[in-house]
Design a protein around this ligand. Structure first.
Ligand code: GDG
Length: 457
C-alpha cells in the first residue's frame, strides 16, 4: 500500500497536547518548537503518539499540520517509553550519570513499538517520499522502514548526545541498534563528536568500511554529520518586544523584592540538567558571604517530567529537600533566596522570566544541545543578561562568549556566577551581542533546511 505524504516526520510524540475532548494545542518542548514551522511550510504529515494510553484515533489536521496518531497501550508506555527509552537509553547516552536499566522485557517492547511506527510510516509515505525520523525512542525505525519501503529517502536525527563507544558497548543490543540507524541515508547529530562516535562504532562493532564521515554498505552509503539544532530566534525576539511581556518582567523582579541580581534556571526536572550542582554553588555563595542576604534571588523552574520513572522520583525528592534546606538556612520572613517551581508556564511567562533574569544558569552534566540557553539569548535584544553555560551542553560549541563552566567543579561555577553578576554593563553587552549574532544566523530554519538539503542531495 502506498500513502500520499511526500514529507513525513516520524517522532515519538505528535506535536500537540489535548486540551479538551477533540481539542488540541501545539505542545511545548524542544522537538516541537524546532520542527512545527518547517512542517507547516512543507505541508507534510507528522506521525506519532498522542500521549494518552490505549487511544486509537483517526488521522486529523491541526494548526496546518496533518497528524497521524500511532497508538500505545499503557504497558507499552511503561516498557518502551518509560523503560527502554528513558531508563535505558537516556542515561546510557548521557554519560551514564544515572545507572541504565538493562532488561530484555524492555527491549522487546522497544522493538515491537518501533516496528509499529515503521509500518505506519510505510503506509503513509508516498512513492519516493522523504521520511525524517526523530530521536532515541525510534532508532530501529530507519532499517525497519527501509525493508518495507526501499523507495523512500530516510533521514534520522538524534536530539541527545551519542556516547563514546566505550559506553555504548554496555548495551546488550548494541549491534541491533546501530544496524537500525544504518537504515537511514543520513544520520544527524547535535555535535561533530557524536557523528565521530557513530562512525567509529560502525567500524569497530560491525567491521564495516568507512570513509571519512560515511559508512560504506554493500549497496549504498550512510552519511553521519552534525546539525546543531536551534530556536526560532525571530519568534522570541518579537515576543519580548511586546509591552505586556516587558511589564510582566518588571513585575516579576518586584515580586522577588527587587534584588540586585536575579538568577534563573529553566529545565525539565531531569538528573542530566545539573540542577543540584548549580543550587549547591549558589548556596555556598550565600553561606560564605560572597552574596549578602537579599542581594540575589535564584528562580528555578523545574518542569514536571517522566514522573513515573524511579530516578526522577528520587531526583525530585533530592532537589526539593535541598531547596528547603537552603531556604531554611538563608531565607528571611517573606524572602527566600531560591524560588523553586515544579510547574509549566506558557511561552509569554517564560519570555518574561528570561527578560527578568540578569544571569541565566544552564549547567547540564550532559545535554544534546540545550535550547533554553539559546532562547535566553534570543530574548535579550537589550544586550543585558549574562549566560552561564556548561561545557557539556552541545550549545557550548557555538556560544563561546557565555561564561563557560564545568558543572562538576562547584568552585568554578561559583566564580563564574559571581563574575557574571559583577561584570560591567559594557562587558555583558559585548558578550551578548556576539551570542545573539550566532543564534540569529543559526536559527531553527537553518537547522532544518541544512538537514533536509543534505538528505536530498
Ligand atoms: C532535548 C535534548 C535538545 C521548559 N519548561 C517550559 C518550557 N520549556 C521548554 C524550553 C525549551 C524546551 O522546553 C527544553 O528544551 P531543552 O533543549 O532545554 O531540553 P530537552 O527537553 O532535554 O530537549 C536537548 C532538545 O531536545 C532539542 O533537540 O536541545 O539537548 O535533551 O524549548 O523553553 N516551555 C514552556 N513552559 C515551560 O514551563 N512553554
Amino acid at each position: 500500500m502506498r500513502g500520499t505524504s511526500s514529507f513525513l516526520i516520524v517522532a515519538n510524540r505528535l506535536p500537540v497536547d489535548r486540551v479538551g475532548d477533540n481539542q488540541w494545542r501545539r505542545s511545548p518542548g524542544g522537538l516541537v518548537t524546532a520542527i512545527a514551522p518547517v512542517m507547516q511550510r512543507r505541508d507534510g504529515a507528522w506521525l506519532g503518539w498522542t500521549g494518552a494510553a490505549g487511544e486509537e484515533l483517526k488521522p486529523f489536521d491541526h494548526d496546518g499540520m496533518h497528524l497521524i496518531p500511532v497508538p500505545l497501550s499503557s504497558l507499552e508506555i511503561e516498557l518502551y517509553y518509560e523503560g527502554f527509552s528513558n531508563a535505558t537509553l537516556w542515561p546510557l547516552y548521557h554519560d551514564v550519570v544515572a545507572p541504565p536499566v538493562y532488561s530484555r522485557v524492555l527491549w522487546d517492547a522497544y522493538r515491537a513499538v518501533n516496528d509499529r511506527f515503521a509500518r505506519a510510516a510505510a503506509e503513509a509515505a508516498a512513492p519516493g517520499a522523504l521520511v525524517w525520523v526523530q530521536d532515541y525512542q525510534l532508532q530501529l525505525v530507519p532499517a525497519m522502514l527501509r525493508r518495507l519501503r526501499p523507495d523512500v529517502k530516510i533521514g534520522f536525527f538524534l536530539h541527545i548526545p551519542f556516547p563514546p563507544i566505550e559506553l555504548f558497548y554496555q548495551l546488550p543490543w548494541r549491534k541491533e541498534l546501530v544496524e537500525g540507524l544504518l537504515g537511514a541515508d543520513l544520520v544527524g547529530f547535535q555535535r561533530p563528536g557524536g557523528a565521530q562516535n557513530f562512525i567509529r562504532l560502525c567500524r569497530r562493532l560491525l567491521g564495516t568500511p568507512v570513509q571519512r564521515m560515511e559508512v560504506l554498505l554493500e549497496e549504498r552509503t550512510v552519511r553521519a554529520e552534525a546539525f546543531p539544532i536551534s530556536v526560532d530566534f525571530g519568534e522570541f525576539d518579537q515576543l519580548v518586544r511586546d509591552p505586556n511581556v516587558q511589564a510582566r518582567a518588571k513585575e516579576i523582579r518586584g515580586e522577588l523584592g527587587d534584588p540586585e541580581h536575579v538568577l534563573l534556571g529553566v529545565d525539565r526536572l531531569d538528573y542530566t540538567k545539573g540542577i543540584g550542582q548549580r543550587l549547591k554553588a549558589f548556596s555556598e555563595l550565600l553561606k560564605e558571604g560572597s552574596l549578602m542576604p537579599g542581594e540575589a534571588s535564584f528562580v528555578q523552574i523545574a518542569t514536571p517530567s517522566r514522573e513515573r520513572v524511579e530516578e526522577y522520583v528520587r531526583l525530585r525528592n533530592d532537589i526539593e529537600l535541598m531547596v528547603g534546606r537552603i531556604n531554611g538556612e538563608h531565607g528571611q520572613l517573606g524572602r527566600q533566596p531560591i524560588n523553586y517551581f515544579h510547574q509549566s508556564y506558557d511561552r509569554q511567562e517564560l519570555a518574561a522570566l528570561y527578560c527578568a533574569a540578569d544571569v541565566m544558569v544552564v549547567t547540564p552534566l550532559r545535554d544534546g544541545m540545550n535550547l533554553v540557553a539559546k532562547e535566553y539569548v534570543a530574548c535579550r535584544h537589550d544586550l543585558r543578561g549574562a549566560l552561564v553555560l556548561s561545557e557539556f551542553a552541545g550549545a557550548a560549541d557555538e556560544l563561546r562568549q557565555a561564561y563557560l563552566v564545568n558543572p562538576y567543579d562547584i568552585d568554578g561555577m561559583k566564580r563564574a556566577m559571581l563574575a557574571a553578576m559583577r561584570a560591567t554593563p559594557h562587558e555583558i553587552g559585548r558578550r551578548m551581542r556576539s551570542l545573539r549574532r550566532r543564534v540569529a544566523t543559526h536559527n531553527v530554519d537553518k537547522w532544518a533546511s541544512d538537514f533536509l538539503t543534505a538528505l536530498e542531495s
